[in-house]
Design a protein around this ligand. Sequence first.
Ligand code: HCA
Length: 406
Amino acid sequence: MTKEHNFKGVIDTTLRDGQQSPLMFDTFTYRFGLDDKIKIVDGLLALGVQNIEFFSPVVSETEGKDFAVLRQRIKSNNPNVQLLAHCRTHPTDIEKALNAGFDGLNLYMGVSQEAQHHSHGLAISDIAQRVRDTIEPLRRANPNLYIRFSGEDCFRTELKDIYKVYDGVSDLVNTFGMPDTVGIATPELVRKRVNALRKRYPDIALECHFHNDRGYSLMNAVTAVLCGASYIDTSVWGLAERSGITSVTGLLFNLFQEDPTLCDGYNIEVCYPLNALMATMLGMQVPYTEPVSLTNRTHTAGVHTKAVLNSAGTYEAMDLARFGVTTNQLLLGPLSGWNLIYYYLREIKGYELSKEEAQQISSDFKNQAGRIDRSRSPELVLMDVIAPYQLSKIPTQDMTGRIENL
Ligand code: HCA
């Protein structure tokens, strides 16, 4: 049975908050050039992403120029994809973003006590006034522009303060943002806040943005969608300031488990190729904490590999193949049992051997597992172990099915 929800999709911010990831500041290794940005955008479009957030052109001339190229490329084949500028609630930033041809503005301003005392220094009534004074003429001059306003650090701000600012522009914006800027939110708090904002502003869409400082960003995002949030900010791998935000593929994968219709319009089989693309660009492996990863279809311990050889579902509960992880891996190593060793020697190496021999070899291999180190792989140790057995080779044409990547 499908549940009621308001989910309109992700707003991908790989090219905005993603570029604020500390990783990107190792500039010799990881910086995104225009070629990389094109690949990321193409990957997001292939996935079916309909909303992409960029820096406001005020950030740098390069960002402005790159956006012009990307905009042309995106709009020529995908006119309905919304291109959003992340923009301070400031007339100069707004003017530059409008001139650059964005479809909408993701406006923000700090509203927490911390911002009031240590950032811009304005009291909450002054913030409310400034936000209204900026957005009111903007809306009058641009009746069809998509406008979102976010109170930065929303979760450390009392609801009464948020209401003071949001009430003042609720007749002007399309969407309110609810960013957990410092990653303090828990699913319980998300539930309360989403319900409160949905109740007070039933006709305004709600966008949530969760940082991962406590490791809760994915859980918070799923909770927000199930409570009625319209948009979730995501990025490839969850790249963003500090430990990041919700991973786009992690979110789609988890929403699918809740209700597959939440992924309608997305080409979910592109999830893993998109993660692998980022891995290639950064010269790193897809993070092992990423749900849509080959790691999640990799098995090591003897008990696991034995069962997976019989039926992968024993240790693969969810269908990652639908998300593009089309292969699995069984790794040979010090924890391997005789079933895997039998399989490896027969199907991969092509040796003729009985199950009893495999059990004996496996016991010898375990006794020598301490020899496995950074210069000596498990395969090499196993080859040493089988030497005295003088196994003969199976004629190639008699070999049965193999599992690749073993
Ligand atoms: C930041 C800003 C932001 C903005 C989120 C939003 C945050 O980089 O600190 O515009 O809704 O986390 O508050 O990413």
